[in-house]
Design a protein around this ligand. Structure first.
Ligand code: PGA
Length: 250
C-alpha cells in the first residue's frame, strides 16, 4: 500500500512574514492529516526559516531545484549537500517552469535527479505534456521520452528512490485541472512504463498529480488507483487550502 504524499510547491512566492504565518498555519492543522505524508518545497532562501519552523513537526521540507554539480564556481546555484545541510528531504527536479524558462533538457533533468538521489534527497521528478502536445495526441510519447531520459542513463534504480509528479503543463496555474479520468489514464501509463523495467519499483513508486489541484477536486483525483498524492502550487500558499488537500489524501 502506497502512503500518499502531498507536497506544496511555493514557487517564487513569500516573505519572511508570510512564510512564518504559512508555517504556523500548516503546523496548527497537520495533526488532522492521518495517512498522508506532507511536505513543502520552499524558495532556497527561505529553507533555513522553514527548517527552524518545521523541525520536529510532521511536515518535511525541500527545495525547488538543485545543481548537478557538487560545489564550485557555479554562481547562483544550490548544491544537493546544501539542501541536506538544512534538513531537506525532497527536491523538485524538472518542473515545467524550469524546463520552459531555464532551458532544462530531459538530459539535464536526469542528471539533476541522479545528483539529488546520490546525495540522499528524494527527487520529485516532474513530467508532463504541453497543451499543443496533448492536442497532437502525443502525451504518452512525451512522458515516455522524459522518463526514458532517466532510465536510459541511470537505470530504473534511479527511480526507486524518487517520486514522479505528472503535471500536464496546460493545467499548471490555469485553473484547468485534468479530470480524474484523464490524469488516471496517464498515471497508469507511467506506472506501466516503469513496470516494464521493474514490477517492484512500479508497485512502490509514488506518482503525484499536479496542476490546479484544489480542496474541491483533490479527493476525487486522489481516489484514483494510480494517483498517490499531489504537487500543489497556488493552493499551497494558503494553509487552510493546503491542509484541506492533505486531509483529502487520507
Ligand atoms: P498549480 O501548480 O497547483 O498552481 O497549478 C502546480 C505546480 O506547478 O507544481
Amino acid at each position: 500500500m502506497r502512503k500518499p504524499l502531498v507536497a506544496g510547491n511555493w514557487k517564487m512566492n513569500g516573505s519572511i512574514d508570510s512564510v512564518k504565518a504559512l508555517i504556523e498555519g500548516i503546523k496548527a492543522g497537520v495533526g488532522e492529516v492521518k495517512n498522508t505524508s506532507v511536505a513543502v518545497c520552499a524558495p532556497a532562501i527561505f529553507i533555513p526559516q522553514v527548517q527552524a519552523g518545521l523541525q520536529g513537526s510532521a511536515v518535511a521540507w525541500g527545495g525547488q531545484d538543485l545543481s548537478v554539480h557538487a560545489s564550485g564556481a557555479y554562481t547562483g546555484e544550490t548544491a544537493a549537500s546544501m539542501l541536506l545541510d538544512f534538513g531537506c528531504k525532497y527536491v523538485i527536479v524538472g518542473h515545467s517552469e524550469r524546463r520552459t524558462y531555464h532551458g532544462e533538457t530531459d538530459e539535464l533533468v536526469a542528471d539533476k535527479l541522479e545528483a539529488a538521489r546520490e546525495a540522499g534527497l528524494v527527487p520529485i521528478f516532474c513530467i508532463g505534456e504541453t497543451l499543443d502536445e496533448r492536442e497532437q495526441g502525443i502525451t504518452e510519447q512525451v512522458v515516455a521520452r522524459q522518463i526514458s531520459a532517466v532510465i536510459n542513463k541511470y537505470g530504473v534504480a534511479a527511480l526507486s528512490d524518487s517520486v514522479i509528479a505528472y503535471e500536464p503543463v496546460w493545467a499548471i496555474g490555469t485553473g484547468r485541472t485534468a479530470s480524474p479520468e484523464q490524469a488516471q489514464e496517464v498515471h497508469a501509463f507511467i506506472r506501466g512504463l516503469v513496470a516494464k523495467e521493474s514490477i517492484e519499483v512500479a508497485g512502490r513508486i509514488l506518482i503525484l498529480y499536479g496542476g490546479s489541484m484544489k480542496p474541491d477536486n483533490a479527493a476525487e483525483l486522489m481516489a484514483k488507483p494510480d494517483i498517490d498524492g499531489g504537487l500543489i502550487g497556488g493552493a499551497s500558499l494558503k494553509a487552510s487550502d493546503f491542509l484541506a488537500i492533505c486531509t483529502a489524501g487520507g
